[in-house]
Write a new protein. Structure first.
Length: 291
């Protein structure tokens, strides 16, 4: 019984991280209808920036969240406005090819700058833990889960209650109507991508404090984000959370009771089953965007 409880607890922690890493991918696909194949590299940029800031300033890596998110926000805005938007204007397929090419270039740049070796971010409480009944909790994993849930809640509140969040949702639902109402759609698209990049960077920090990372992991995090979005539903922070928690639980339960080599098999089997039964995801499309 204790082993099951520990496995479920580990799965929930991992699922929260998956959800935070995927929510930006979900937002871009739901609003811009663009599959961002460079999403994983934005996550790793956040991890490496947190490593640099925390070592240079000698502070807790989670305190680097505002600085890292600000940097990735600016990078994401310029990336969408001056590269992706020009590709979309010519043909929608160009955006996928462009983001794939950018991911490859940045991956090689990271290998050149940081080497292909695994890195990790070690906070001062890295080896602290506590027990709650039969379940042992690492302080690092608990802080990572709390940070993920807080950030997801903030994003959901921003989209639901802020004026800009309502503009983003309106643009996703009816782009033409938004243009007729005077909305600068290009600016909204760039702003949405910037928010997505900021949250990808935040996910990189959370990932970096509990898992080792290297430039070669960018494809893994892009793929995980895609699976979470399909499971939970496009464009919804709540859908990303549900999909991430489900994926985390499936991964840990499979690794514990089937074998550590089989989580990916189970993950894609679940994906295929869900696509057959409910292709719009568990929570559907949050925006019901017109095509």
């Amino acid at each position: 019984m204790g082993l099951i409880a520990q496995t479920l607890a580990d799965g929930l922690v991992l699922g929260g991280i998956y959800a935070l890493a995927a929510v930006g991918f979900s937002l871009i696909f739901g609003v811009l209808h663009v599959i961002n194949l460079s999403h994983g590299i934005l996550v790793l940029m956040g991890a490496y920036l947190a490593l640099i800031f925390s070592e240079a300033l000698h502070i807790d890596p989670l305190l680097c969240l505002p600085a890292v998110m600000a940097v990735l926000f600016c990078v994401g805005y310029c990336y969408q406005r001056y590269l992706i938007q020009h590709a979309v204007d010519r043909a929608s397929i160009n955006s996928m090819l462009l983001t794939f090419g950018v991911a490859l270039m940045l991956q090689n740049a990271m290998i050149w700058l940081f080497s292909p070796d695994m890195k990790s971010i070690t906070p001062s409480y890295a080896f602290a833990s506590f027990k709650l009944g039969p379940v042992n909790f690492d302080a690092v994993r608990v802080s990572a889960l709390i940070a993920s849930l807080v950030l997801l809640s903030l994003l959901a509140a921003f989209l639901r209650y802020s004026p800009m969040g309502r503009v983003i949702r309106a643009t996703a639902q009816q782009t033409l109507a938004a243009r007729l109402c005077g909305v600068n759609v290009r600016h909204v698209y760039a702003l949405t991508f910037a928010v997505s990049a900021a949250f990808a960077g935040a996910a990189g920090i959370v990932i970096g404090i509990i898992l080792p990372f290297s430039p070669n992991d960018e494809g893994t995090w892009t793929l995980n984000a895609f699976v979470v979005v399909v499971l939970g539903g496009v464009g919804s922070p709540a859908g990303a959370l549900i999909g991430g928690l489900l994926l985390g639980l499936v991964s840990t339960l499979t690794a514990q009771y089937v074998g550590p080599a089989f989580p990916n098999v189970t993950m894609f089997l679940l994906l295929v089953i869900l696509l057959l039964i409910r292709p719009q995801g568990l929570l559907g499309n949050a925006f019901s965007a017109s095509r």
